[in-house]
Design a protein around this ligand. Structure first.
Ligand code: C5P
Length: 220
């Protein structure tokens, strides 16, 4: 795409990983660094877009020219994304949103006891923000999801694209020492129209640029 192909467009990008509170000092989290989402936000801004970045628990500086909304949990991310989405031409859900949260967070720090060696924590499903966005989408709005998979990456990605109903789904392989926190990423951009574009290992900015190329084509 050309350097200003997103001029006049408003895009919302989510980044980072949500934290689901167990008690005031503990949470269930994940290994997302936020780097891929931030790269998407930076590249969109550089291509002329007005960018709202909904960032969950990242240690990264606010990108220049990007409006950043910081959130903690999946429910907070849901509020922030739904607040920004109606005015957006594009929503990219790059954040790792927890699929489950503790049913209730304890009001005080949970203490060890002599009586029990186990501590059951019951979890409840979080709302699927991406699926909600698809249901509520404004006409012409482009919605992009990410799928981080450890195995059978393409199969899981194709199934997820169909299930979620978004326009594009970027699949990438992740693991404890793979992708998370790394400057590089590789992936495949799956389109609802059936096209599959493989992006070789490169910087997260390069993957971001390829995603915006596909988005710009859909907007045109
Ligand atoms: O189902 P899974 O979590 O693998 O789907 C990943 C995609 O769905 C990502 O784009 C993620 O941001 C989004 N998601 C969401 N709300 C959830 C879980 C995932 O929007 N509760």
């Amino acid at each position: 795409g050309t350097t200003s192909d997103l001029a006049g467009r408003h895009v919302v990008v989510s980044a980072g990983g949500t934290r689901e509170p167990i008690d005031p000092v503990r949470f269930i989290g994940n290994r997302s660094s936020g780097l891929q989402g931030y790269a998407l936000a930076k590249v969109a801004a550089a291509r002329g877009a007005k960018v709202t970045l909904v960032a969950a628990n990242t240690a990264l500086p606010d990108p220049a020219g990007v409006s950043v909304v910081r959130v903690g949990s999946a429910l907070e991310m849901r509020e922030a994304v739904h607040a920004a989405a109606p005015a957006a031409d594009v929503v990219v859900m790059a954040a790792a949103v927890a699929d489950f949260r503790p049913v209730s967070a304890a009001g005080q720090k949970i203490k060890k006891t002599e009586e029990s060696d186990t501590l059951p924590i019951e979890l409840v499903k979080n709302p699927d923000i991406l699926a909600e966005l698809v249901v509520q989408r404004a006409s012409g709005q482009v919605i992009v999801g990410f799928a981080a998979e450890t195995d059978n990456v393409l199969e899981h990605g194709r199934a997820k694209l169909a299930r979620k109903g978004c326009d594009l789904l970027v699949v990438n392989q992740v693991g404890e020492n793979l992708t998370f926190g790394a400057p590089d990423n590789a992936g495949v951009i799956l389109s609802a129209t059936g096209s599959e574009r493989e992006i070789p290992l490169g910087t997260k900015e390069e993957l971001a640029a390829a995603v915006w190329d596909e988005v710009a084509t859909l907007l045109a």
